[in-house]
Ligand binder design. Structure first.
Ligand code: FMN
Length: 258
């Protein structure tokens, strides 16, 4: 296990007032400096840096901590070339030093839940207690279970509807579409962490969803239950890779105070 495979953050390392002077300047630089870059110099990113960025990616939050995604760092030259084609030969993909496919794996919820609870309980030696136990043993399976006839979906729909009549209640996931959204949300959060970490390491990136996702799934040998969320291309950007000044809608159009 590498030093960073298990990241334990001590209390005084979590955000605290001193972060405003220590962490905030770097964070602002990173967030404001990240741009979608469409052309790179083609040089690979050093392996250690890539691994560090990928480790940061998987620190993204995920619903129920199920980490319902996979990141495919495509390193094989032949596969990179084919992947760039499947990214419709977008210049960002054809010139990237690195390509990472972000895949939603909500279909793996059961095995992820098992692995997660094995880690949390140290393989059953320290059983979960109380609300956490109920959550992982009852609520998560209730939310995630599916079957070909839609029985579990119907059961959830009725439960949520009935409960929602008297108390605030979650109303999804009910349908297959809800589960698909669920998976893509977790995957996209990991992608954002990856791009911000790349930026903090001095590299640039571009997320791409205008790609042949079915072709990419076939290239990676994914089962039909997995779905490509996006491809992140990365490397050292070239000046012509920045196509325009940053444009954002007015703050008030996107942020509402109520
Ligand atoms: C989910 C997603 C998919 C995207 N797909 C593409 C794409 O296929 N090709 C591309 O050139 N840019 C793509 N972008 C980049 C956006 O166009 C870009 O983020 C946006 O214009 C804002 O620019 P900025 O990231 O530099 O602030 C995508 C961004 C996201 C979040």
């Amino acid at each position: 296990m590498g030093a960073l495979d298990k990241v334990v953050v001590q209390k005084d390392e979590r955000p605290n007032p001193s972060f405003e002077t220590s962490a905030l300047p770097g964070f602002k630089k990173t967030v404001q400096g990240r741009r979608a870059i469409r052309k790179f110099d083609g040089e690979p990113i050093p392996e250690g840096t890539m691994r560090d960025c990928l480790r940061d990616a998987i620190l993204a939050p995920s619903a129920s901590n199920l980490q319902s995604y996979e990141l495919y760092w495509v390193r094989d030259k032949g596969k990179q070339t084919r992947l760039a084609e499947l990214c419709l030969d977008q210049p960002g993909a054809t010139t990237a030093g690195e390509l990472v496919v972000i895949v939603s794996r909500v279909d793996l919820w059961k095995s992820h839940l098992k692995k997660l609870t094995d880690i949390m309980t140290e393989n059953g030696q320290k059983p979960l207690q109380g609300a956490v136990r109920d959550y992982y043993e009852k609520i998560v399976p209730m939310l995630m279970k599916t079957d070909r006839f839609g029985f579990h979906n119907l059961k959830r729909r009725l439960m949520f509807w009935y409960r929602g009549k008297s108390v605030p209640t979650v109303h999804e996931p009910v349908t297959r579409a809800d589960h698909r959204i669920y998976g893509h949300i977790q995957a996209a959060l990991a992608a954002e962490n990856l791009m911000l970490s790349l930026a903090a390491h001095g590299y640039e990136s571009c997320p791409m969803s205008g790609v042949d996702k079915r072709g990419i799934a076939a290239l990676l040998g994914l089962p039909s239950t997995a779905e490509v969320t996006m491809v992140v291309c990365a490397g050292r950007g070239t000046p012509e890779g920045l196509l325009s000044a940053r444009t954002r809608l007015p703050f008030g159009d996107l942020v509402t105070e109520v």
